[in-house]
Design a protein around this ligand. Structure first.
Ligand code: FDA
Length: 382
């Protein structure tokens, strides 16, 4: 092991791009990944010509031109734009909330009519002053009907708690548009790599200076690794790294159930959200609609079920409430005290909800620091 400059825990985007950049400076890395494959939650595989995102739908969307140019060096991206449909007890609505939704909900045809309707419902609900919870926040932003049919059930399933027990800040920035526009994300650059995301990781990890061990959990040999490696990049859970000494952080988990069906078109859209409380899943993805490249006669759908997290499950989302933020701060302080040996990165290492573009940007910043690069250093310019 003397020959490695870095041990990297996790072959997701943070770990993989770090290794890729380090190799450019002649540095050797060993990556240990507990799953049987590389790619982290961006991992995709292809069957029947259909690219399946194994850990939920991943749509690349960003305003960060450097990150966009970077990822486009490793794959051709299509021009996919996410347009989600909500199904509330058999009624269909366009998301995110926009003039199409308001027309479907109330028959209103102009922005002025839609705004008047929302105002009327806010008034009827009698909410004044600072919203005390998610329910009050939602109603004061969008009115009672949309809250009840499109937010309440979905959000309660997602968080496993009543909307009246959830903090208002979760939906501070509810996207509400008074134009006819179903494009889910506001970002300038959007798309999905044709053939999926795994090809990016194959390229990032192809250097002779990088070795990858899959099915290898860091915690099986933690003490040995710490003794042997002077520099460790860790993208797993930070509370577990420090043996939970300040207590456990909370996470949300997910369960995915996939099915192959003998049809060309099951639901007519890539994502349908089930916004009632009773349907146990939150959304159904139909993968062929993300790129239109599927073979004829087959389709693959995946149902996504939110789950409470415990140590036997995958941690997908940090729960960034006050309590956890206080705990995380203690771990972050400890991490800083050990910064000569350890770099904490990524969604679980920094206990932060990162989108792909954000995690890539965070990796760039870490690489800049580690290799003392100037701010004008451009990642993979031509
Ligand atoms: P990531 O989780 O990808 O990788 C960490 C790796 O470390 C994993 O492979 C894990 O197995 C490994 N690991 C952990 N502990 C270990 C241990 N002890 N030993 C060895 N290995 C260990 N983003 C976006 O931009 N657009 C989108 O549409 C979506 N959609 C989306 C849907 C769902 C359901 C989720 C959960 C997430 C998204 N994302 C997203 C977010 C995206 O997945 C995220 O930004 C990146 O995967 C984060 O990359 P990281 O490298 O931080 O972690």
């Amino acid at each position: 092991t003397k020959k490695y400059d870095y041990l990297i825990v996790g072959a997701g985007p943070f770990g993989s791009i770090f290794a890729y950049e380090a190799a450019k400076f002649g540095k050797r890395s060993l990556i240990v990944e507990k799953r049987p494959h590389i790619g982290g939650n961006m991992y995709t595989h292809t069957e029947n010509g259909i690219t399946v995102h194994d850990y939920g739908a991943h749509i690349f969307h960003t305003d960060n031109k450097e990150v966009w140019n970077f990822v486009n060096k490793f794959a051709d991206f299509n021009n996919y734009q996410n347009q989600v449909i909500a199904n509330y007890q058999g009624e269909l609505y366009n998301l995110p909330f926009n003039m199409n939704t308001f027309y479907e909900m109330w028959g209103v045809k102009t922005p002025a009519e839609a705004k008047a309707k929302i105002e009327e419902q806010k008034k009827e609900a009698g909410i004044s002053g600072q919203p005390r919870n998610l329910e009050e926040q939602a109603i004061s932003l969008i009115g009672t009907d949309i809250y009840r049919k499109l937010i309440k059930g979905y959000t309660e399933k997602q968080w496993g708690r009543k909307a009246t027990e959830l903090p208002a800040f979760i939906i501070k920035r509810l996207p509400v548009r008074f134009i006819f526009d179903n494009n889910y994300f506001n970002h300038r650059y959007q798309g999905i790599p044709i053939g999926g995301y795994t090809q990016l990781f194959d390229k990032w990890l192809s250097s002779d200076l990088i070795d990858v061990k899959t099915n290898a959990d860091f915690f099986e040999h933690k003490d040995d690794y710490i003794k042997e490696f002077p520099r460790i990049v860790y993208t797993g859970m930070i509370d577990r790294f420090f043996d939970y000494r300040f207590g456990e952080l909370e996470y949300r988990s997910l369960k995915f159930e996939s099915e192959t069906l003998d049809t060309d078109n099951y639901q007519g859209n890539s994502v349908i959200n089930y916004t009632d409380a009773k349907t146990p899943y939150t959304r159904v993805m139909e993968w062929r609609h993300f790129d239109g490249l599927a073979d004829k006669g087959k389709t693959i759908i995946t149902r996504e079920y939110p789950q409470n997290w415990d140590r036997s499950k995958e941690a997908y989302y940090p729960v960034n409430n006050e309590k956890n933020t206080e705990i995380y701060k203690k771990y972050a302080k400890l991490a800083r005290e050990h910064k000569d040996q350890f770099i904490f990165g990524g969604r679980l290492g920094l206990y932060q909800y990162f989108d792909m573009d954000q995690v890539i940007n965070a990796t760039f910043n870490t690489v800049r620091q580690e290799f003392k690069l100037s701010n004008s250093y451009v990642f993979d310019k031509n």
